[in-house]
Design a protein around this ligand. Structure first.
Ligand SMILES: [Zn+2]
Length: 362
C-alpha cells in the first residue's frame, strides 16, 4: 500500500494533497497531470487511503476529535485500520476507478459512475472516483462528465489522471484543481535505481534516461529490455538509417504509428542532439566527460555527430524537433513529420561527411 513518504520527487503535489487533508477541505475535482509512470496513480491511492483512514475518521466518515487523536504530521494513512485494509484489498466501498473499456472510456461508463456517486459515502468522509487515464474519455463521455463537474454532489471527489491533459476539453480543465507531477533529474533517478535495484551506475543511467525521469516507468523495466530499446531508438540517428532511403522511411513509420511512439522518438532526438551540443561546448571532450552526457555510453557516436554538425545546425534541428513536439496535439501527419526530420538529418550527413574528433587531436 502506498504511503506519502514513499512517493519520491513529487514533494509539491504531496504538499498540496496533505494540505487538503489537514484542513479537511476537498475540491470536487482534481487533475493529476504528468508523464506515464511518474507516480500519479500511486499518489491518488495514498491520498484516498489517508482520507479514509480510521485513525482520523469514525465508521460514519465523521472526523474524530482532533484533541483526542491529532493528525500525524506529516499526514500518512496508518496502513492497519479497517479502512486502510479495505483499500489494500481493493474493496473499499467509497473508492472506485473508471478505466478504458477497450481503447476509450465510453459514455456508458461515465453514466454508470454518475448514477453511483449520487449516493452518500458508506464509510469515508467522501466518495472518491478515479478516472484513469482521463484523456482516454471519448467526446460523449467527456460531455457527460462535464455535467457532473458543473454540479458535483458535495460528498464526491473526482480525480482525473492524465499524461496529456491538453487533449481534455478546456471546459473540464477549468473545473479541476491541478496537481502537477514532475520527472526526476537523471542523476537522482540513477542513484535511486542503483539503491533500489542494485543496478550498476551504467545500467541505472540507461534506465533513468530511457524512462525520461519517471520512477515508475524505470522500475517497471528490465536492463536487458532497456538495452534492446536503446538499440531500437538509436536507429533514429544511425548511419544505416540515414544512408538508405528505404530504411529511413521504415524507421519513420515504425516510430510514428501512434502518439506515444512519436513522443518517445522526438524525446530521443532532443536528448541526442542536446548531447551533441554538450560535446561542442566541451573544450577538451574525452571519455572522462561521460557524466555530462545523457547518452554517455554512445560517446564515439556522439563525437562523430559533433564532427558532422555545427552547433548552429544542431540548434536549428532542435528547434524543428520542438515545433513538432508542440504541434502533436493538433492533427499533424505523424509519419510525414518524422520523415521530414530524418530527411533533414540525412542532408546534413551527406553535406558534411564524418570528421571524427579523435582523442589524439586534443
Ligand atoms: Zn488507517
Amino acid at each position: 500500500m502506498p504511503f506519502f513518504r514513499d512517493i519520491i520527487g513529487q514533494d509539491q503535489g504531496v504538499r498540496i494533497l496533505r494540505a487538503f487533508l489537514e484542513r479537511e477541505q476537498y475540491p470536487s475535482a482534481l487533475l493529476f497531470s504528468g508523464g506515464a509512470g511518474i507516480g500519479k496513480r500511486t499518489t491518488a491511492h495514498a491520498f484516498a487511503e489517508a482520507l479514509f483512514c480510521r485513525a482520523f475518521h469514525d465508521a460514519n466518515g465523521k472526523a474524530k476529535n482532533a484533541i483526542e487523536k491529532p493528525r500525524e504530521n506529516p499526514i500518512e494513512p496508518c496502513g492497519a485500520c479497517l479502512s486502510c485494509r479495505k483499500m489494500i484489498d481493493h474493496n473499499h466501498p467509497d473508492f472506485s476507478i473508471v478505466e478504458p473499456d477497450g481503447n476509450t472510456i465510453k459514455v456508458d461508463q461515465i453514466r454508470a459512475m454518475e448514477e453511483k456517486i449520487i449516493f452518500k459515502p458508506l464509510e469515508g468522509p467522501r466518495k472518491i472516483i478515479l478516472i484513469d487515464p482521463a484523456d482516454k474519455m471519448n467526446i460523449a463521455a467527456a460531455n457527460s462528465l462535464l455535467k457532473t463537474l458543473e454540479e458535483p454532489p458535495s460528498h464526491a471527489m473526482i480525480i482525473l489522471i492524465a499524461s496529456r491533459p491538453a487533449s481534455l476539453p478546456e471546459t473540464i480543465l477549468s473545473r479541476c484543481q491541478k496537481v502537477y507531477f514532475y520527472p526526476l533529474s537523471q542523476a537522482r533517478l540513477q542513484s535511486i535505481l542503483m539503491e533500489k535495484k542494485g543496478w550498476t551506475s551504467e545500467e541505472a543511467l540507461l534506465l533513468a534516461t530511457l524512462s525520461d525521469g519517471r520512477l515508475g516507468e524505470a522500475l517497471s523495466m528490465e536492463v536487458e529490455s532497456a538495452k534492446a530499446l536503446e538499440k531500437e531508438r538509436y536507429t533514429l540517428v544511425s548511419e544505416e538509417t540515414l544512408n538508405h532511403h528505404e530504411t529511413l522511411f521504415e524507421v519513420a513509420t515504425q516510430f510514428s504509428h501512434d502518439k506515444d511512439a512519436l513522443e518517445k522518438a522526438l524525446s530521443y532526438l532532443m536528448g541526442w542532439f542536446r548531447d551533441v551540443l554538450v560535446f561542442h561546448s566541451l573544450r577538451h571532450p574525452g571519455e572522462n566527460c561521460a557524466s555530462q552526457f545523457v547518452f554517455s555510453w554512445r560517446y564515439q557516436e556522439l563525437s562523430q555527430w559533433a564532427g558532422r554538425m555545427s552547433p548552429e545546425a544542431v540548434w536549428t534541428f532542435l528547434e524543428d524537433v520542438h515545433k513538432i513536439q508542440m504541434a502533436q496535439n493538433r492533427n499533424i501527419n505523424k509519419t510525414l513529420s518524422l520523415e521530414t526530420l530524418l530527411l533533414q538529418l540525412r542532408e546534413k550527413v551527406i553535406a558534411r561527411p564524418v570528421m571524427v574528433r579523435s582523442l589524439s587531436e586534443k
